[in-house]
Design a protein around this ligand. Structure first.
Ligand code: F6R
Length: 274
């Protein structure tokens, strides 16, 4: 679905009532993309936000609406120091919440190797592999309360590549809920860089809940700044933010974004493209 009217705005913003609608809208975009290009290269994220979207992809795969048989995927990030079989690793998260339940070839799923003997080389290799497979067609993102995307914390270079990144105290605290008190919680990660993310042909960022309202306002309406890594998406030619009412609460031009979407739908209908 090509939306023309938003192109003079830094990003397209779709505001929906509930988190469930955000998941459904996002899943539909991924399903359409894969149906159009069965060997699509997906960029994927972990965290709480994409879980409902992944459940919808699993259902669609089960119902033969979409097949992942030819799809490849690259995850945004991984904790440095955790092997893929560690229950808190992002590889384990992806297997448990998506890959084990769809017809994707596990060999075609890529998560940065948290246990790499040479993490710096592993970062360079990850970017090379993305390029070798033709680049990412569609990248899914969540957003941290501090505006991070992937593990690109505030102050990350806007042209950064996949690299080792130190997590902020805020991110460590946000993610502490997944680790038991005795457990080692990594303070370092491997993450795709902001430059790597911006090379995806399409970027879809999901945000739900009031805790994300400040980050969404900064990303969409704040200045382009390394202090809010998600603001870099303002530079992307096809970035879509799908947010629920709570995450949209801080947006100044909310009514205008909704108006644009209504106009988009009318235009697409008149062109017979819905
Ligand atoms: C995870 C990732 C992070 C999360 C972000 C939001 O792969 O890249 O940037 O998207 O921390 O996490 P949730 O969705 O748990 O609020």
């Amino acid at each position: 679905m090509d939306i023309a009217l938003h192109r003079y705005l830094p990003m397209r913003i779709v505001i929906l009532d509930s988190a469930d609608e955000v998941a459904a809208y996002g899943a539909e975009i991924f399903i359409r993309c894969i149906r159009q290009k069965p060997a699509a290269v997906l960029g994927l994220a972990t965290g709480s936000t994409p879980l409902a979207l992944y459940r919808r992809l699993i259902d669609a795969n089960r119902d033969a609406v979409v097949s992942f048989a030819k799809v490849s995927s690259f995850n945004l990030d991984e904790y440095l120091g955790l092997a893929g079989d560690h229950p808190q690793s992002y590889r384990h998260f992806m297997n448990t919440h998506l890959f084990d339940h769809i017809d994707i070839n596990p060999d075609n799923t890529h998560v940065p190797p948290g246990d790499a003997a040479d993490p710096l080389q592993a970062c360079a290799d990850y970017d090379k592999l993305i390029t070798k497979l033709g680049g990412i067609d569609i990248q899914l993102l969540g957003i941290g309360r501090n505006g991070h995307i992937g593990f690109n914390e505030p102050s990350s270079g806007l042209q950064s590549r996949t690299r080792v990144k130190t997590l902020t105290r805020a991110t460590i605290d946000d993610n502490a809920r997944f680790f038991s008190t005795q457990e080692f919680q990594p303070h370092l990660s491997i993450t795709m860089g902001i430059g790597t993310i911006l090379e995806a042909r399409k970027v879809v960022l999901l945000a739900t809940g009031a805790a994300k309202a400040g980050a969404i306002k900064a990303a969409a309406e704040g200045p382009l700044t390394a202090s809010c890594p998600a603001s870099a998406l303002q530079m992307h030619p096809d970035a879509l933010l799908i947010v629920d009412a709570a995450a949209a609460a801080g947006l100044e031009r909310k009514a205008f974004y909704k108006h644009i979407e209504r106009e988009n739908q009318k235009l697409l209908q008149s062109l017979g493209k819905t």
